[in-house]
Design a protein around this ligand. Structure first.
Ligand code: BDP
Length: 689
């Protein structure tokens, strides 16, 4: 077991739970998508029951019947199927002509494939298979991975080896791994992939690369996955095919129209463009004194005849505006609400800063009712210990998605905001920055696979549950024994909070060291821009700590709904986990626990370390349930996590103590090394940046 099979392991089931499938029935000539469904069902049955399922047209006892609407076997109740759309499916146990069968019903072939994966998941997780009555349909339309993969095969913020896209060998050589990638994504319902980094290069839109992308699109198509590309705004100018990249120049608009036509000739179902513009030095419409709307709509017009979309990122912050980085996306985008073309989605990170271990939800959610907002989560753990620390992101995703924006009487969660655009017949979606690479484990570690899994499941159902997804994942990936599942899931559910505690407790953020973002750097204050420095974010001094985002400070709070802003403007009614995100407080501020803020902060760091140790102890209890190799590989990483949790805690406590001048709270362990020693630690050649 080396992890390559992901959650699609299909190990033998005990007799009592094993499906009694005998044949697969499909009436008609199977498309490539239906063939993928049949192949997967055969693979799953083979693994779980040892039986080889033949494909036939005759319904027998134990048949798995794949049927499109209109072709349902007589006696099978297809009620409600029409409402499930192209991608939804029904799973039903039924009796057809006296035979006990399992029916997968859908309106389209892709629904049959999703249904096949749904059925296999049900079997693999021990659901009773003789009383199936499941209906499922995605709540978001675009469920997309964003690969930050460069054309030289390096991966920005990638910790799982080189890019899986072997650009050099494409288009002629199509690695078999692309098919397994497609299976994994389809098993979750992921239906789009942006192949290249948001920090994009002009070459990706030239003929040779379009051919490479087309080859990938051909492999992924049967699995319902569309290919998208990140487009660099200045591409025509940099390729010297236009004299400007001004979005209002007719020459430029014509260039993009022709480019879109060229791409669609090679990839008829191309998804569209993802664009990072006027952000962190990337070119954009503002270089020509135009707006994000001008830029996005010009590209949207080029794609519209082909039904393509533009995913325009809201991750913008400019050096000239030193006020508060957290406010900038809202300030720029909120006034543009309702002005984007119908095939534009604005892609917004979950929080207003940058994929931190914890952030409050981004204030744009709920604030642009006339614009489809697409969620952007980061699956790769740039700020949560790379692929070295165990941090199951399900709770992070869930926390954001269940946050109440309070933009409507009765409440309006972030998940509802994402789903809402559908009512206006505009596209909806979620993006996840992929953690997939060419590592044997795909994600750089066994447990990081769970983050890909949970992301995909939340993209299908933003109102899903992190714990339920963890249970499914652990059962399929590690062991079916309920004791093992319980143990592993409990570890997963505590892991992200452990990281928050030993890295950035109580609403602190962006304290990671320069560039690579590995390890603590709360002291860093020498970077080119103020808002790249950790000291900018924690603002610790002799008196206190925290970023004042109330009306007395940057007033970022005013970007939230008034009721929420009011609640969070008082430290007493601010959730403790967001306290220092919104407030600058004296070190002796009395926390609800009765301890001072200083003592509480040190207490959180200590808890984080204890939790990391606890993760390791709990894993040791899992030894009897897990195969030796994966057990050891996880154990090895947990040792690193414990070591680095100590390092984070000690370096942070040493630094904040040097600033506050306070003695350590009674009983607190002094840091193992001096502050200067922590400051001197360097990581040349760290991955991913
Ligand atoms: C930051 C990353 C950087 C990305 C940027 C982005 O450090 O590598 O390019 O986000 O999302 O988190 O564009």
């Amino acid at each position: 077991e080396d992890g390559y099979e992901l959650w699609l392991r299909y190990r033998p089931l005990p007799q009592a739970h094993a499906p009694r499938w005998n044949t697969i029935v499909f009436d008609g000539a199977p498309s490539a998508t239906v063939r993928a469904a049949i192949d997967e069902l055969r693979r799953g049955a083979q693994g779980m029951t040892g039986k080889d399922l033949a494909l036939g047209t005759r319904v027998t006892d134990g048949a798995v019947v794949l049927a499109r609407a209109g072709k349902l076997p007589a006696g099978v109740d297809g009620a409600g199927l029409a409402d499930l759309g192209r991608e939804g499916y029904l799973l039903k146990s039924a009796t057809v002509a006296g035979k006990r069968v399992t029916v997968i019903a859908a309106n389209d072939d892709i629904g049959l494939l999703y249904g096949a994966f749904g059925l296999l998941r049900a079997a693999n997780t021990g659901k009773p298979l003789d009383r199936l009555d499941e209906r499922s349909a995605p709540k978001l339309q675009l469920r997309v991975l964003n690969h930050w993969d460069n054309l030289d095969r390096s991966v920005e913020r990638g910790y799982a080896g080189q890019s899986i896209w072997n650009w050099w060998e494409l288009p002629d050589v199509r690695d078999r791994r692309y098919v397994d990638y497609a299976r994994a994504n389809a098993s979750l319902g992921i239906n789009g992939t942006v192949l290249n980094n948001v920090n994009s290069k002009p070459e990706i839109l030239t003929a040779p690369w379009i051919a490479k992308a087309a080859a990938l699109a051909d492999v992924l198509r049967p699995y319902g996955i569309k290919v998208y590309l990140s487009a660099r705004f200045s591409t025509p100018l940099e390729l010297k095919e236009t004299k400007t990249a001004d979005p209002l120049s007719p020459e430029v608009a014509a260039w993009w129209r022709n480019k879109a036509d060229e791409i669609y000739r090679a990839i008829p179902d191309f998804g569209g463009f993802l664009v990072k513009a006027n952000s962190e030095g990337q070119p954009g419409p503002q270089d020509y004194h135009r707006t994000h709307v001008d830029g996005a709509n010009m590209l949207a017009a080029a794609l519209a005849p082909h039904n393509g979309v533009v995913m325009w990122r809201a991750f913008v912050y400019a050096a000239e505006k030193p006020d508060d980085r957290a406010k900038q996306a809202y300030d720029e985008f909120k006034p543009l609400d309702g002005k984007f073309a119908r095939n534009v989605l604005v892609q917004v990170k979950n929080g207003a800063i940058d994929f931190q271990p914890r952030e409050p939800f981004h204030p744009l959610f709920g604030a642009m009712p006339a614009t489809p907002l697409m969620m952007e989560f980061q699956i790769t753990k740039e700020y949560l210990g790379f692929a070295m620390h165990m941090a199951y992101l399900g709770p992070l995703f869930e926390e954001t998605l269940t946050s109440d924006t309070m933009r409507q009487p009765g409440g309006l969660t972030v998940a509802q905001v994402l789903e809402d655009a559908a009512h206006g017949k505009r596209p909806t979606g979620m993006a996840g920055v992929a953690n997939v690479g060419s590592s044997r484990t795909w994600s750089g570690s066994h447990f990081d696979q769970a983050n890909w899994y949970a992301y995909g499941r939340f993209a299908w159902d933003p109102q899903g549950s992190a714990r339920a997804f963890a249970e499914e994942w652990a059962t399929q990936t590690f062991a079916r024994d309920p004791k093992a599942v319980q143990g592993i899931v409990d570890m997963m559910m505590m892991s992200r909070e452990a990281v928050v505690n030993y890295m950035t407790p109580l609403g602190l953020h962006h304290l990671m060291d320069t560039g690579h973002h590995h390890g603590p750097g709360p002291w860093v204050d020498n970077l080119g821009r103020p808002d790249w420095n950790p000291t900018y974010y924690h603002k610790a001094d002799r008196q206190g700590i925290g970023f004042d985002r109330t009306a007395r400070g940057s007033n970022a709070l005013a970007q939230y709904a008034p009721a929420l802003a009011a609640r969070w403007s008082d430290p007493r009614t601010t959730p403790p986990e967001l306290l220092l995100w919104f407030h600058h407080l004296p070190w002796d501020y009395a926390m609800p626990s009765g301890r001072t803020l200083w003592a509480e902060l040190v207490g959180h760091y200590d808890r984080g370390v204890a939790q990391a140790e606890e993760l390791r102890t709990r894993w040791e209890r899992m030894k009897p349930f897990v195969d030796a190799r994966r057990y050891d590989e996880v154990r090895e990483r947990l040792d690193v996590q414990v070591k680095e949790a100590h390092w984070w805690r000690d370096a942070s406590v040493a630094y904040f103590q040097s600033v506050s001048g306070l003695a350590l709270p009674p009983g607190a362990r002094p840091p193992a090394r001096s502050l200067d020693e922590y400051k001197a630690i360097r990581f040349p050649y760290a991955p991913g940046h």
